[in-house]
Write a protein that binds this ligand. Structure first.
Ligand code: TYD
Length: 204
């Protein structure tokens, strides 16, 4: 089973992804836990270019291609083999991030973004996507205290608002795969809802 987590910065998705991993490991499942961007040799290089190189003003098309290059390699070298071996794979961000960040966020042509993004998955689709949804102001107030901000975290409020709305829009189109989770609640409440969703799906 392939599970992805999505959401705006500060939505708490990384915390919840880790809690789900711990829960499933305790239940005896073999779990691979990973994230995008940044896996493997290529991923680490790309992550640095995308998030840390402040002097590199990336063109949005170049940015799109880099996220997608990272994904294709990730799918081929890690995700596919681990799924084939029977692991539950949990990935912090996947193709939906590209559609909303580069499409709705950067304003690139949505059809172009979808085409390139879909190609980058090599045909792999998440079984469940957990979308942590909460108001932008609350999310951003959570990350203001972080020590190192990435380029994306420094974007204006309107950028993050477009991302949030983009996520909600694509969730409406695929309600069976994308589960919208109210992330403006306590960690435990959110964790319980997520484990219920995943256990129900595992017992199908
Ligand atoms: P990261 O430090 O991993 O933060 P987060 O905890 O928010 O995932 O930063 C990844 C950033 O890259 C995040 O701001 C979203 C952005 N991103 C895209 O713009 N497109 C993509 O396809 C992916 C995977 C991430």
């Amino acid at each position: 089973m392939f599970i992805t987590f999505e959401g705006i910065e500060g939505s708490g998705k990384t915390t919840q992804a880790q809690l789900l991993r711990d829960f499933l490991v305790n239940k005896g499942y073999r779990v691979t836990f990973t994230r995008e961007p940044g896996w493997g040799i290529l991923g680490r290089l790309i992550r640095r270019m995308l998030l840390e190189e402040r002097d590199l003003e990336l063109d949005p098309v170049a940015e799109l291609c880099l996220f997608c290059a990272d994904r294709a390699q990730h799918v081929k070298e890690l995700l596919r083999p681990r799924l084939k071996a029977g692991d539950i794979v949990i990935c912090d961000r996947f193709v939906d991030s590209t559609v909303v960040y580069q499409g709705y966020g950067r304003g690139l042509d949505i059809e172009l973004v979808k085409k390139v993004a879909n190609a980058s998955t090599l045909g792999l689709k998440p079984d469940i996507t957990l979308l942590l949804n909460l108001p932008v102001r609350i999310a951003l107030s959570r990350i203001r205290n972080r020590e190192s901000m990435t380029k994306f975290e420094e974007e204006p409020l309107e950028f993050h608002e477009r991302i949030r709305q983009g996520y909600l829009f694509i969730a409406q189109k695929e309600p069976d795969r994308i589960k919208v989770i109210n992330a403006a609640r306590g960690v435990d409440q959110i964790r319980e809802e997520i484990t219920d969703i995943v256990l129900t799906r595992l017992s199908r």
